[in-house]
Design a binder for this molecule. Structure first.
Ligand code: IMP
Ligand code: MG
Length: 183
């Protein structure tokens, strides 16, 4: 890719091919575990959108999709710890098998809140599928059923993940240079 956005990257962490291979494996595991059931995938906007689109297509079962938006980091790279629902689900989750799809779990505060919130709506089950798990700064324990990759405490962008709404359209995951935060 000849693109000056590339200059903001320290390195590429997962190539397009590595992502595709791992997502295929996750889809196979989910297809096996949910055999005979229907899945309601709930994507956490906006970072999970690209992962969710590929994950849904790797699952060979009926999959419905819905989205929630919660307050995020904004233009800062560390969590405020404040979680707010900015957009709620369009569908009822009662008696459904909910699979929450997230781009990355860092402090765990977002998903810890979402899990509690969704359980109160009486779904049949809730599991979490995250593309990336960054456990070093975990503050709230979250049960991760499906994890693409565990990574060190890097700030990563691409494949849906952003810094100040930039870089989401990289087809790979890269590590942002610290200088890029300061620009
Ligand atoms: P948590 O509540 O700290 O687990 O927040 C997770 C959310 O923070 C993710 O859904 C991302 O939107 C954002 N986030 C955390 N780490 C990164 C990162 O390295 N790059 C981009 N976004 C991140
Ligand atoms: Mg997110």
């Amino acid at each position: 890719m000849s693109n000056n956005m590339m200059d903001d990257l320290e390195k590429i962490l997962f190539s397009e091919e590595e992502l595709a291979n791992r997502i295929k494996e996750l889809g196979e595991a989910i297809t096996k575990d949910y055999a005979g059931k229907e899945i309601l995938m709930i994507g956490v906007l906006r970072g999970a959108v690209i992962f969710m689109a590929d994950l849904a297509r790797s699952i060979n079962l009926p999959v419905a999709i819905d989205f929630m938006a919660v307050s995020s980091y904004g233009a800062s790279t560390s969590s405020s710890g404040v979680v707010r629902i900015l957009k709620d689900l369009d569908e009822d989750v009662e008696n459904k098998h909910v699979l929450i799809v997230e781009d990355i779990i860092d402090s765990g505060l977002t998903l810890n809140y979402l899990m509690d919130n969704l359980w109160s709506r009486k779904p049949a089950s809730i599991k979490i599928c995250t593309l990336l798990n960054k456990p070093d700064r975990r503050k709230a324990d979250v049960p991760i059923a499906y994890n693409g990759f565990t990574i060190p405490d890097y700030f990563v962008v691409g494949y849906g993940l952003d810094f100040a709404e930039k870089y989401r359209n990289f087809p790979f995951i890269g590590v942002l240079k610290p200088e890029a935060y300061e620009k």
